[in-house]
Design a protein around this ligand. Structure first.
Ligand SMILES: [Zn+2]
Length: 163
């Protein structure tokens, strides 16, 4: 596993335990190069029925790792624990499977992640939102912040706003 701190791919597992009632194996690893510790999670691959409809209309299978990667990028150096990030991805995944039968737009997924991330860490939220919306200027970011703060926190029933 590539060390998130130094990029080395040599590490040793220092702890390994079941989580989420045995559905997940959580491994605590230590980089043999920089000695920093990080956590990985192993789970059975879901044969998800849900397809994600991207902006260009292409459909791809839902992949929770895509969300996790976006979160990791947004949370770099922020005080957001691995557990908190995993929980966020779990929650989004569960919501999507509960509420959508066959397909869901990538916009909806992005909005769900942003709504939860906003409660977790505002800086990470802004980073994620600016990546997601591809903000060009500070004005764009301010506009989005204004829009988000004037919205009610629960975005559940607002899917129609993001066609
Ligand atoms: Zn390292």
């Amino acid at each position: 596993m590539i060390c998130p701190f130094c990029g080395s791919n040599e590490d040793k597992v220092i702890d390994s335990r079941a989580a989420e009632a045995g559905k997940v194996i959580r491994r605590r690893r230590q980089c043999t190069s920089c000695d920093k510790r990080f956590t990985t999670y192993e789970r059975v691959e879901q044969t998800s029925r849900i397809a994600v409809v991207k902006r260009d209309g292409k459909r791809v299978p839902f992949d929770r790792d895509n969300i996790a990667r976006g979160l990791d990028a947004a949370c770099g150096k922020r005080p957001v624990s691995e557990d908190a990030k995993q929980r966020l991805v779990d929650e989004v995944e569960e919501e999507l499977h509960r509420e959508f039968d066959r397909e869901v737009s990538s916009q909806v997924i992005g909005e769900r992640v942003m709504a939860k991330l906003r409660d977790l860490d505002e800086v990470a939220y802004i980073r994620f939102a600016s990546e997601y919306h591809q903000f060009k200027t500070v004005d764009d970011i301010m506009e989005e912040l204004k829009a988000m703060t004037s919205k009610p926190k629960d975005v559940k029933n607002q899917q129609g706003l993001f066609p």
